[in-house]
Design a binder for this molecule. Structure first.
Ligand SMILES: CC(C)[C@H](C(=O)O)[C@@H](O)C(=O)O
Ligand code: SF4
Length: 463
């Protein structure tokens, strides 16, 4: 029998099969936890006198509510007491249950989807869950990785298993090569614009084709990260030499690494396996992208006119964004720029940002913050002198965390401000009440900061 990569991993983790009446019971290899969606789950455990079944397969960090600024004496500058309590609760819960936790003192702490791969905890062939929708990120390593709710966090903590119905499979096949200056973020925004924010609902996506084979692990993570924004709970890419080399030598990588690589080589879709659906996109047609509306499917090439709203919801989105059909994003002046998040807060993203900023200045009236996705990204970026380049251009270099991606930690925009952001969600109010978010790549974000309006790097050269 031939099967897809998804089917192979799924089948290897089924404890009891799915029936008409019941979902499958799936064994979970890695459970990532953070401070927002775990407290109630630990409370339930305590109330029922249950312990954590596999603390050794559970890994915790603090990221969403952590501030990106410190007091002069080096303490975290929490936005309010609630944020601090949330973080402290996570730290107490994980200490009580003997779970490896990357708190303030850890040099590996970071946004959960940046940290897991950096530690080598994310590996090909695994099932990975987290109480967080962007868990799809880890699919970049050829893993089935998806977000779960707080109730399910409790189930996994107690049993290391999850009840789930098997999704259908969808291949996203890119043919041809990308044009110069087109980044992984542009690729995923183009895919979501093509299939729609509900296009992946009920499916596990497999990204296929040379474009993905040639992409770095960082780029693959950016793509898989936003699978959920197309409605798919998980998206994956077959592991290859790039994956294996990324993982080699990382703290959680298998001891018998070469033997693991031999097993991982079998993780690919068989040549004649069939998908429930196939979407084909010509990579050569993809241009630098940005969003103009209030969901990630509202995306178009930056230099194209803003599309006509042909339904009430789209008209409402343009209204919220204070944009008009037919205008271009380049006509809009920018108030803030945010580089960071689990989509684009990795070293490669910081390098790309610094490269564009180097020797230039952030435009007057624009406030730019660059937030590394983890302590490790921060340390490496600083060792390369990227923080100095970023600061010299007039941008702020902050402490790692989710920051302005979710605006629950003190970092947010003011009502009406236009933000060019490298994160993954442009929902109304996501970056602060009334804030208007434009999603784009780090390159575009940095170029826009310099131009003071929304431009790609090529557009900046033309200024
Ligand atoms: C807080 C968490 C539950 C949420 C998610 O599930 O994605 C957050 O990370 C987000 O990006 O909106
Ligand atoms: S960086 Fe943003 S998308 Fe990622 S986990 Fe944090 S809040 Fe969610």
């Amino acid at each position: 029998m031939t099967s897809t990569l998804f089917d192979k991993i799924w089948d290897a983790h089924v404890v009891t099969p799915e029936s008409r009446a019941n979902p499958a019971t799936l064994y979970i290899d890695l459970h990532l936890i953070h401070e927002v969606t775990s407290p109630q789950a630990f409370t339930v455990l305590r109330e029922r006198g249950l312990s954590v079944r596999r603390p050794d397969r559970t890994l915790a960090t603090i990221d969403h509510s952590t501030p990106t600024l410190k007091t002069p004496d080096g303490n975290p500058l929490y936005v309010n007491a609630q944020a601090e309590t949330q973080v402290d609760t996570l730290l107490t819960n994980t200490a009580d249950h003997g779970i490896e936790t990357h708190g303030w003192e850890s040099d590996a702490r970071g946004v959960v989807h940046v940290m897991g791969p950096e530690l080598g905890a994310t590996q090909p062939g695994m099932t990975i869950v987290c109480g967080d929708s962007h868990t799809s990120t880890h699919g970049a390593f050829g893993a089935i990785a998806f977000g779960i709710g707080t109730t399910q966090v409790g189930h996994v903590l107690a049993t290391q298993c999850l009840l789930m119905r098997k999704p259908k499979t969808m291949a996203i096949e890119l043919s041809g090569e990308l044009a110069d200056g087109v980044t992984p973020k542009d690729v995923i925004l183009a895919i979501i614009a093509e299939i729609g924010v509900g296009g992946g609902t009920g499916y596990a996506l497999e990204y296929r084709g040379r474009v993905f084979e040639q992409m770095s692990m960082e780029g693959r993570m950016t793509v898989c990260n936003m699978s959920i924004e197309a409605g798919a709970r998980c998206g994956l890419i077959a592991p290859d030499e790039t994956t294996f080399e990324y993982l080699r030598g990382r703290p959680h990588a298998p001891d018998e690494f070469d033997a693991a690589v031999e097993r991982w080589r079998a993780l690919k879709t068989d040549a004649d396996a069939s998908f429930d659906k196939i979407v084909r996109i010509d990579a050569r047609t993809i241009r630098p992208m940005a969003t103009y509306g209030t969901h990630p499917g509202h995306a178009a090439p930056i230099d194209a006119p803003i599309p006509v709203a042909d339904n009430e919801a789209d008209a409402k989105a343009l209204d919220y964004m204070q944009l008009r059909s037919g205008e271009t994003l380049g006509q809009q002046s920018v108030d803030r720029v945010f580089v960071g998040s689990c989509t684009n807060g990795r070293l490669e993203d910081i390098r790309a940002t610094a490269q564009v900023l180097s020797g230039r200045n952030v435009a007057d009236g624009v406030r730019m913050i660059v937030v590394p996705g983890s302590e490790s990204v921060k340390a490496k970026a600083e060792a390369e002198g990227l923080d100095a380049i970023i600061r010299a251009a007039g941008a702020e270099w902050r402490e790692p965390g989710c920051s302005m991606c979710i605006a629950m930690n003190g970092d947010k925009a003011a009502p009406g401000e236009l933000v060019v952001s490298t994160s993954n969600r442009n929902f109304a109010g996501r970056q602060g009440p009334g804030a208007r978010t434009i999603l784009a790549s780090p390159e575009t974000a940095a170029a826009s900061a310099i131009a003071g309006r929304v431009v790609s790097v090529a557009g900046l050269r033309a200024v």
